[in-house]
Ligand binder design. Structure first.
Ligand code: ZN
Length: 277
């Protein structure tokens, strides 16, 4: 990454709303700091509903994603691979490879490779498959190779096997939590329809926006409540006083296949973190 320009951040989620829940707060802060952020949903989400399906659902979810992107001030692209059917094949790999090369990210965010949902697993697999190849000119020679491999970080999750998530980087999102909640509020088909139907929430789309957003906050906040390891990471970064009182955080784990990460790189990629003395 050049020192004289702001970092470019690319988040690769499997479904339209994954990036929002995992990194929506950071996206808002990056955007406020003048960084270019792009969220990508690798599948079009066309299986994520109990009453709608196919292209009508895909179009609705793409609109919801674009609306969430507008709330954060970022671009949100939804690719056209079918929901629940993603495979880590060559077509998918080359699509992502070209997308990554075109965007020229300094930082790529994605799922960890072990996850309950096959689309999450294969999105992670595809991102890892691209990590070395973005610099190989004979692969997709029509798209110029990247001179420098981006840093790759994983989104947080709660899965314990084969190894629990490690919060290498933890970010205080208290100041932007409400904006993150408004991003999630755009995904009406999910948070107020599909997730309640599959029993993952009890939310209802109340006409009263205050009531609706309060209910949504109760659903969103457990995803960003710091556990013990995240708390240690927050205290390491923000000091004891502030680190102990942060209510909501987004955490990331370093992927070994990306560019190496040290404190200086972290500071450049996350310009809103406190500066080391
Ligand atoms: Zn998902």
């Amino acid at each position: 990454m050049n020192d004289d320009r702001k970092p470019r951040i690319l988040a690769l989620g499997a479904h339209p709303d994954d990036c929002d829940i995992k990194a929506g707060g950071c996206a808002v802060m990056w955007s406020q700091a003048g960084c270019v952020v792009k969220f990508v949903s690798v599948t079009n989400g066309d299986a994520g509903h109990h009453e709608m399906s196919g292209s009508a659902l895909a179009e609705r979810r793409a609109q919801e994603a674009r609306a969430a992107g507008d709330v954060a001030g970022i671009e949100y692209e939804v690719l056209d691979f079918h929901d629940g059917q993603l495979v880590p094949g060559l077509e998918e790999r080359f699509k992502l490879l070209r997308l990554i090369r075109e965007f020229r990210p300094d930082l790529v965010l994605t799922h960890r490779p072990n996850d309950y949902h096959p689309d999450h697993r294969y999105t992670s697999q595809l991102a890892q498959d691209c990590s070395f190849l973005v610099g190989v000119p004979n692969i997709c020679p029509d798209s110029p190779r990247l001179e420098r491999m981006p840093v790759i970080l994983y989104f947080a999750d709660d899965f314990q096997k084969p190894i629990p998530f490690q919060p290498d980087i933890a970010v205080d999102i208290d100041d932007v939590l409400n904006t993150k909640i408004r991003m999630l509020d755009c995904h009406v088909s999910q948070v107020y329809e599909w997730l309640p139907w599959i029993g993952q929430s009890e939310l209802e789309a109340s006409e009263d926006p205050d009531e609706r957003l309060t209910g949504l906050a109760d659903f969103v906040r457990p995803f960003s409540e710091p556990g013990e390891a995240a708390r240690h990471s927050l205290i390491r970064t923000y000091g004891h006083e502030r680190g102990s009182s942060i209510k909501d955080a987004e955490c990331f784990e370093i992927c070994e296949y990306g560019s190496s990460v040290d404190a200086e790189v972290t500071e450049r990629l996350f310009p809103f973190l406190p500066k080391r003395r």
